[in-house]
Write a protein of this length. Sequence first.
Length: 171
Amino acid sequence: MKKNPILIFAIPLIIFFLIGCALLYFAVQKIEIIPFYGWIVIGAFIIIPILLTYGQVFGFSPCKAIESNRNQLVFNPDGIDFEMTLFDCSCFIKWNSIDTIIYSDSRNEHCAEYIIFVNELPICTQKEKPWWLNRLFPYKQKNNKIRIKSDAINFKALPDLVEKYLRSSWF
């Protein structure tokens, strides 16, 4: 039987958190007999598991480069490779599968996006070592509409390269 390291880490944290909640319940019932350090111990039983769980799931490092968390567009003569960092996957859109591309900036420039309608679903592949949540729930492209937001790397290069590659495929 293969042991899951996340469960090995999570089970003791859950136990400590539940012990802290039970201690808090009983401390509120007998508030007059709990000394000051008792409240500190009860708080530690509740707060430390929450902080460790937060660190395990989201990470504590605020110095992670925001640039590395952005989606990215990579163009080649065969199609567009849309790398989605949140889902740890990459979707390849073939040029000949693109039906329509719509540019939308209805709210403001920071909310601009391209909506690409395709005839066939893109080929989505997951990275080698995805985040544990992405392993549980892998990304699957379900519809023929792909939204590319303005914060994606190479977003502004899309019109020129679409014209270059699609126009060459028409003739």
